[in-house]
Design a protein around this ligand. Structure first.
Ligand code: SAM
Length: 290
């Protein structure tokens, strides 16, 4: 593997000399600081044995480092023009698989199945518009993922690492915390991108838990309880729980000791798990005709 690569600045410059106009709807803000690119890759601890999936390689700011470290890199780019430019610049690396398509249309486990049963690392400077659906996929494919390092909008990073009781704490905070250890690594200013985005970004590392941090009988029900608690976040929990399961609030409060006059946004993951287990018991109890 050679390490002599075309800097993405050259690709960007040649794209800009042609009639390429970055698309706002595709979240095309290209990283132009290679020291940031290196810090992202380092955070993912990529080795020769780690298959890597990159979402949105763009002009290759991260890809050009990834191909020198990993023995298999799959890069999914929705923009056919960029995919073509990348293919031209890096096509000589036969361990790089550039897929021109929408990552949301692909089954990530199938896509990465070509590298065998071991987990893959996901690296991305994520286009802002698809952050939510990508997080859903991180949960769905968690069993195949060994590490995720993503750059997201600063505000999204704040939500994913928020403490209970804060404004930024939401359903996605608690749900991701059940599946992943989420670390905020460093902030990246808007001036590190072309074109410059309106807001700063942050780099996060998400490491799947070997075992969930809380024991719960039914993870699907935990998900439902968390979502219900935040659906009307200004209302008391007994309202949310009774809406999720009519008549359950009294039972839940009695069996968990949690005061359901509290708002959902004040509960930590342990308390959500306790509610989910009690709700499961409530349903069984009623199901048995009592
Ligand atoms: N990785 C490059 C960098 O760091 O400079 C580009 C990052 S840019 C923020 C996001 C990239 O994702 C763009 O190249 C864009 O075309 C691509 N993209 C947007 N939506 C996508 C999707 N649904 N599937 C795959 N790629 C997508």
């Amino acid at each position: 593997m050679s390490t002599v690569l075309d800097p993405p600045e050259d690709l960007l410059a040649s794209l800009r000399r042609s009639d390429f106009r970055p698309s706002r709807s595709k979240g095309q803000h290209f990283l132009i600081d290679s020291s940031i690119a290196r810090r992202i890759i380092e955070a993912a601890s990529v080795t020769k044995d780690t298959p890597v999936l990159e979402i949105g390689p763009g002009a290759g700011a991260l890809t050009r480092h990834l191909v020198t470290l990993a023995s298999g890199v799959t890069a999914v780019e929705i923009d056919s023009r960029l995919a073509g430019v990348l293919q031209e610049a890096y096509g000589r690396y036969d361990h790089l698989n550039i897929v021109n398509g929408d990552v949301l249309d692909l089954d990530l486990s199938d896509l990465m199945g070509r590298y065998g049963a071991s987990g893959f690392v996901l690296v991305a400077n994520l286009p802002y518009g698809i952050t939510g659906p990508v997080l859903d996929r991180l949960i769905a494919h968690r069993a195949r993922i060994s590490c995720v390092v993503i750059m997201v909008q600063h505000e999204v990073g704040g939500r994913l690492t928020a403490r209970p009781g804060t404004k930024a704490y939401g359903a996605i905070t608690a749900i991701m915390a059940y599946h992943y250890d989420v670390e905020s690594l460093f902030r990246v200013g808007g001036d590190r991108f072309v074109p410059r985005p309106a807001v700063d970004s942050v780099v996060l590392r998400l490491t799947p838990h070997e075992r969930p941090p809380v024991a719960v009988r039914d993870a699907g029900l935990l998900n439902d309880v968390i979502k219900a608690a935040f659906r009307h976040r200004r209302k008391m929990l007994h309202h949310a729980m009774n809406r999720l399961n009519p008549g359950s609030a009294g039972f839940l409060s009695e069996h968990t000791g949690i005061d359901l006059k509290r708002r959902g946004e004040t509960l930590d993951l342990n308390e959500f798990a306790a509610l989910a287990d009690a709700l499961s018991a409530f349903r069984n109890h009623r199901g048995h005709g009592c």
